[in-house]
Design a protein around this ligand. Sequence first.
Ligand code: NAP
Length: 335
Amino acid sequence: MQQRQLGPYTVSAIGLGCMNICHAYGDPVSKEQGERVLRTALDAGVTHFDTAALYGFGVSEKMVGEVLGPYRQQFTLASKCGMTVEEEGNRVRTGRVIDGRPATLRATCEGSLKRLKTDVIDLYYLHRFDKSVPIEESVGALADLVREGKIRTIGLSEVSATTLRKAHAVHPISAVQTEYSLWTRNPEIAVLAACRELGVSFVAFSPVARGFLCDVLPSIAALPEKDIRRAMPRFSPENYPKNLALLTPYKKIAEEVRCTPAQLALAWLLHQGKDILPIPGTASEIHVRENLAAADIVLSNEVIERLNNLINQRTVSGNRYSEQSAREVDTEPLP
Ligand SMILES: NC(=O)c1ccc[n+]([C@@H]2O[C@H](COP(=O)([O-])OP(=O)(O)OC[C@H]3O[C@@H](n4cnc5c(N)ncnc54)[C@H](OP(=O)(O)O)[C@@H]3O)[C@@H](O)[C@H]2O)c1
C-alpha cells in the first residue's frame, strides 16, 4: 500500500472512516460486522483509523478500542472532540452539541481515552470550531493535553483558512479534516493552499460523496429515517435526479480506467496532491478492500481533466449541507 505523511506519522494513503459502523447512514451494523470491517482494514494494511466521540455517541470509539486495542502500536489513531457533551457535573448527556470550551474538550478526551483503551491518542481533532469560544482557547486546551501526554498532535475539522492560521499560531496543527471529493471542492478555495503553506496534512472526508460516486446508489426513498442524507440538499427529490445524470458519463470513465466508480473517486483525490489522505467510510469489508485498491490506480492528466469538467461545484445541484449544518461549519469571513 502506498504510504503518505499525516503530520509526523507515515500512514497508508487510504485510511478508514469509522463513523459508518454505527452512525449517520442508517442503523448501526452488528458488533460482529463492525469487527469484521475493522479487522479487514487492519489486515489489508490500513494504518490510519479515524473515529470521533460523536460517532454513535461513543460506540465507534468503543468498537475501535475493543477490536484494534491489541494492535495499538501498528496504526495511527485519530479521534475528535468538541461536538458531543458527555458529562456535565453528575449528569451524563449525549447529543450533537458543538462545545469547544476547554473543560468540555478535556472531559471528552478522558472519555475517548477510556473508550479507545489507550493512554494516548495520536491525532485529536476539534470536530467543529465553536464560534462562541475563541479558537485560541479551544486549541490552547488541546495544547495542554499534548503537554500532559494524553494526545500527541492536534487537528481541526471544517475550519476556514483564517481559523487555521489563528490556531496554528497557538500550537502547530498537524492535520485539517474537511469534506473533499469531486463533488465538493470547497477546500480548493483557500484551505488547501493554507495547509500547504503551513505544512499541514489534509484529510479528505466523505471522499466517495457519501455513496453517490459508487456502484450501488443510495435510493433515497429506501433510506432509513435516521440517514443524514435525507436532509442533504444534493439528495433531495429536486436535485438528486439532476445529479444522477452526471453518473452515466462518470461510470463510462471508470470503465475506461478499468476501475469501479468508488475507486475512481478515491484515485482522483490521491492525484490532487501527496498531502491528501482520503478516509472512505464503509460498513462492508468488501468495500474496504475495493477502496484500498484505489491507491494503485494511475490516472492520466487527460482523464483528470475530463473528471474535473464533468463533476464540479458548477455541475452539481444543491448545497452539500442543510442550512442548519451549514451554519455549524466555519467559512471564510467576507472581505
Ligand atoms: N470531520 C467531519 O465532520 C466528518 C464528517 C463526515 C465524515 N467524516 C469521516 O469521514 C469518513 C467517511 O465519510 P462518509 O462516510 O461521510 O462518506 P463516504 O466515505 O464518501 O461515503 C460513505 C458511503 O459510501 C458507501 N461506500 C463506501 N465505499 C463504497 C464502495 N466501494 N462501493 C459502494 N459503496 C461504498 C458506504 O456504504 P457501505 O457501508 O455500504 O459501503 C457509505 O454509505 C467517516 O467514516 C468519518 O470518519 C468526518
